[in-house]
Design a protein around this ligand. Structure first.
Ligand code: SAT
Ligand code: MN
Length: 599
């Protein structure tokens, strides 16, 4: 152990791994945090199986985890979070930059000194009697130049177990951190799990995160939204790359050619399903395959050939359980048959995990709160209940996901949940238009964050909750990629969620979304026809393969049509939205909005 770790002004048992690092800056920070939070023990995580087994045993003993049916779900556990702690809390999430303007109207802001003072008061003595875990992790393949490292300090063993699945955690990450000397500092405590003493604060200028009072997902697994999106988007801006809320998939055609697509959708809008798409039968028989690289986050940067190369910084999936079935996502279902942590799902009489839409013929007896299931009291699984599983368990996981150079992106897709107006698919005419399409994205809210569900809000590039700086600067950054030598992907917009007058979805979705992806790839190759409209290019009649599915006239008109009057109103509202950002909003984007607003 390094001398600086021994200089603690109080005594804590140090356990696990090397019990310290070779990096004085890391040891000093751990010592400072320990002096503030006063844990009973400090555990340096090495990521080993033995460590995981010991932690699991501890969590089974104290009720943090419940063992699920070992025969049907080997190595799998259920965690029930506090019922007031089941989703991200956007109103308690802050970006603390020196200048308020740098955080932008898209973020809650606090001055850094004030933010630190607020958080440090909460952290004062909060780990007494608890073990403090030090988790070195790497976002992205350990040997990738696109990857970035962090260290999360937490008093939640559930967080450790999840971080072990979601990131490359432990000894190899620590070795990289010791070599590089820099890392993102994430401090987390579940505190009292009191919603009135809960904050998620980001200090992008210091590469620091402080999160208190929640043990749930994106609030607590700091490598995910806090680091890989909010802090990373800030880093990416200064270093010339992009940190995005996007899935990445590969589409292999019958000729054996694979095209990679990155797609941004808000939380709980089907990213995991699209990333793990199973081609419809006709496509399967013809030899089409879909490969999963990632389901939530994409880091990309221009390569020597001018194309954008992308990695998935994560190593696992933190997917929404409800709705996951053999029909909707057989790959996800196959992935979660073993070694999976389920959070806030129901359980059956024989102790199997259960959620609405599982459609396996079983019934729940216990709900997500741990009470006897009573349909009158709501669903058995919380609508934002989750599974945490290693990406390696996914049958469609691409070997290219581990490639340190990343995969070249042929198309970028933006999409939201829009019951009306927005057709199934359209193509932006160039990069600037594509950035506007992303900036103008709207979607109806979901259960992934606390608050009302089903309310339409602007969610540019699905980054509203995750962009760590002013959206106006973010759009400028996006526009800056269009420079000499760039071979940028084509940009598309999709809407799987268009409804008919009867309130039912018009497009079958799921596997059939491959038809839309096929059209995009054909457009990339210059092989498919389109009709130009002011909002972009729509598939020409017959250009998108509809063999084997029936769409009535209303569906065809709404999925492939363009309603001029309704879009005029939409563009007026987009213009108002851009104006909210004042003079910082890039003129090129405003000009683009004006160009189309005339229709
Ligand atoms: O809880 S998370 O933020 O990790 C999941 C999501 O909302 O996308
Ligand atoms: Mn997400």
């Amino acid at each position: 152990m390094n001398a600086s770790t021994q200089d603690l002004s109080f005594s804590a048992t140090v356990e696990g791994g090397a019990g310290g690092s070779r990096l004085p800056a890391l040891n000093d920070w751990v010592a400072q945090v320990a002096a503030l939070t006063r844990p009973a023990a400090i555990h340096w995580c090495d990521g080993s199986d033995a460590e995981n087994e010991a932690l699991t045993a501890r969590m089974l003993a104290d009720g943090t985890l419940h063992k699920l049916n070992e025969e049907t779900h080997p190595g799998s556990y259920l965690h029930r979070s506090h019922p007031d702690d089941v989703a991200r809390v956007e109103h308690l999430t802050f970006v603390c930059t020196t200048h308020h303007e740098d955080a932008g109207p898209n973020n809650n802001w606090m001055a850094p000194e004030e933010g630190h003072a607020e958080m440090d008061a909460l952290f004062d003595g909060c780990m007494q009697g608890r073990t403090m875990y030090v988790i070195p992790y790497c976002m992205g393949p350990i040997d990738s130049p696109l990857s970035r490292c962090g260290v999360e300090i937490t008093d939640s063993p559930y967080v450790v177990a999840n971080m072990r699945i979601m990131t490359r955690m432990g000894a190899p990450a620590l070795a990289r951190i010791e070599r590089e000397g820099t890392f993102v500092k994430g401090l987390h405590s579940i505190g009292e799990l009191d919603p009135n003493r809960r904050f998620i604060m980001h200090f992008p200028e210091e590469l620091t995160i402080k999160s208190y009072g929640s043990g749930y997902g994106g609030n607590a697994l700091l490598g995910k939204k806090c680091h890989a999106l909010r802090i990373a988007s800030h880093q990416a801006k200064s270093e010339g790359w992009l940190a995005e809320h996007m899935l990445i998939l590969g589409i292999e055609n019958p000729q054996g050619e694979t095209h990679y697509v990155a797609a941004a959708f808000p939380s709980a809008c089907g990213k995991t399903n699209l990333a793990m798409l199973i081609p419809p039968e006709g496509y399967r028989n013809a030899g089409w395959k879909v490969w999963t690289i990632g389901d939530d986050i994409c880091w990309m940067r221009p390569g020597a050939d001018g194309r954008l190369y992308a990695i998935n910084p994560e190593a696992g999936f933190f997917g929404v359980a409800p709705g996951t079935s053999r029909n909707s996502n057989a790959n996800a279902l196959a992935s979660i048959q073993s070694s999976t942590i389920f959070t806030n799902v129901g359980v059956t009489a024989d102790n199997q995990p259960w959620w609405e839409g599982l459609e396996n013929g079983q019934t729940p007896v216990i709900d997500w709160r741990g009470n006897p299931y009573d349909p009158a009291k709501g669903p058995a699984a919380h609508p934002n209940s989750r599974f945490t599983v290693s990406a390696k368990q996914c049958p469609s996981y691409s070997p290219m996901a581990e490639d340190p150079q990343g995969v070249p992106i042929s198309a970028i897709v933006f999409g939201g949940r829009r019951a009306s107006l927005v057709p199934l698919v359209f193509e932006a005419r160039d990069w600037t238009h594509g950035v506007l399409v992303g900036a103008a994205m709207g979607s109806e809210t979901t259960a992934a964050a606390t608050g009302a569900v089903g309310v339409m809000r602007r969610d540019p590039m699905a980054m509203k909750p995750f962009c760590g700086y002013n959206f106006a600067d973010y759009f400028s950054h996006w526009l800056s990629f269009d420079k000499e030598g760039a071979q940028l992907p084509k940009v598309f917009h999709v809407n799987w969620f268009r409804k008919g007058d009867n309130g039912k979805f018009l497009w079958p979705g799921f596997g059939d979304n491959l038809r839309v992806l096929e059209w995009m790839i054909q457009r990339v190759k210059g092989e498919a026809d389109a009709v130009e409209t002011p909002i972009g290019a729509l598939p020409a009649e017959g250009a998108l393969n509809l063999d084997g599915i029936t769409l009535d006239e209303e569906a065809k008109a709404k999925l492939f049509g363009f309603d001029r009057a309704a879009w005029e109103a939409e563009f007026a509202s987009i213009g108002e939205y851009l104006d909210e950002y004042g003079p910082r909003m890039p003129q090129a984007l405003k000009d683009e909005q004006q160009r189309i607003a005339g229709l």
